[in-house]
Design a binder for this molecule. Structure first.
Ligand SMILES: Nc1ncnc2c1ncn2[C@@H]1O[C@H](COP(=O)(O)OP(=O)(O)OP(=O)(O)O)[C@@H](O)[C@H]1O
Ligand SMILES: [Mg+2]
Length: 271
């Protein structure tokens, strides 16, 4: 429910890191396609676009439109969830496309359960699915909810940090009411301290924002992860697979990753 807080950075890094030990499926639900570009590389993403390979757009349509074949054909999960060259079978991605929004966001009849149905079938081998969402609520947000057990909420401790919290709360409550059989919870809030450069502690503005975040989180019983991500230019680098000269980015991300794994296992999901 908020832009530029680190959703794509954190989702992409989690995909890369969890894929060292587990089979990960990344799903890019943002028409900006930043996660797709980061995981597939610029050249890989361009090839994917040029080849008009299936993307999330076809997942929502539910079929592969006629191209070489003379009629629509079924979607093959192995085609849609692409492996990434050089990364073996452990990390797969269902990429987004820049024209995604023209295709879907405006369409009133987009089936918000199509994604959940697609991943329910044909991905038995996958250990964890990570979905990157766009900042504004749309049918795609509901599609992500339908396909999810947990929501991870990055936030920057700055002015207006918690403006999206009541929106998220209402949105989740609305979803739960309409889907009583579906358990969907906030796994936790990740403090992404990207606003504060130069290694200072953020000063009074951060302290005030943290007070607001704690207060709002407590209202809804949302956990706040104790490991925070500092500002570091290492994160955008790591996200693109460049692990040289990362400063404190690597260490702080590993600490958060460990805490996330521990939390999931406390919730009963072993990673
Ligand atoms: N901890 C950090 N340190 C330094 N830069 C960061 C950090 N977190 C995010 N950034 C940078 O901030 C920008 C926004 O991050 P990101 O794209 O992950 O946010 P987002 O929530 O996905 O944004 P959007 O709402 O547009 O999808 C990017 O340029 C990213 O590289
Ligand atoms: Mg993003």
């Amino acid at each position: 429910m908020k832009g530029g807080v680190g959703k794509t950075t954190i989702a992409t890094l989690l995909c890369r890191h969890l894929a060292r030990t587990h089979k990960v499926l990344a799903i890019d639900l943002d028409p900006q396609a930043n996660m797709s570009q980061a995981l597939m590389g610029e050249a890989g993403y361009r090839r994917f676009m040029d080849d008009e390979s299936p993307s999330v757009v076809e997942v929502f349509k539910g079929y592969q439109p006629p191209r070489s074949a003379a009629s629509p054909t079924p979607l093959d999960p192995a085609d849609v969830a692409r492996t990434i060259p050089g990364r073996g079978e452990k990390l797969r991605i269902i990429p987004s496309r820049f024209d995604f929004s023209d295709n879907l966001c405006e369409a009133t009849r987009t089936d918000d359960q199509a994604l959940a149905r697609f991943i329910a079938d044909g991905f038995d081998d996958i250990d964890i699915v990570l979905i990157d969402c766009a900042p504004t609520e749309s049918v795609l947000t509901r599609a992500a909810y339908h396909a999810s057990r947990y929501v991870l909420v990055p936030v920057r401790p700055e002015y207006f940090a918690t403006i999206g919290f009541p929106l998220l709360h209402r949105s989740l409550e609305g979803f739960r009411k309409q889907n009583p059989g579906h358990e969907l919870d906030v796994l936790g809030i990740v403090i992404n301290d990207a606003g504060y450069k130069g290694g200072n502690d953020g000063g009074p503005e951060k302290a005030q924002a943290m007070t607001d975040i704690r207060g709002e989180a407590a209202k809804h019983s949302w956990r706040i992860f104790s490991k925070q991500l500092p500002y570091s230019r290492g994160f955008p680098k790591m996200m693109r697979g460049n692990y040289s000269r990362l400063g404190n980015a690597r260490r702080s991300f590993y600490a958060l990753e460990r805490e996330l794994r521990r939390t999931l296992s406390e919730e009963g999901y072993l990673l």
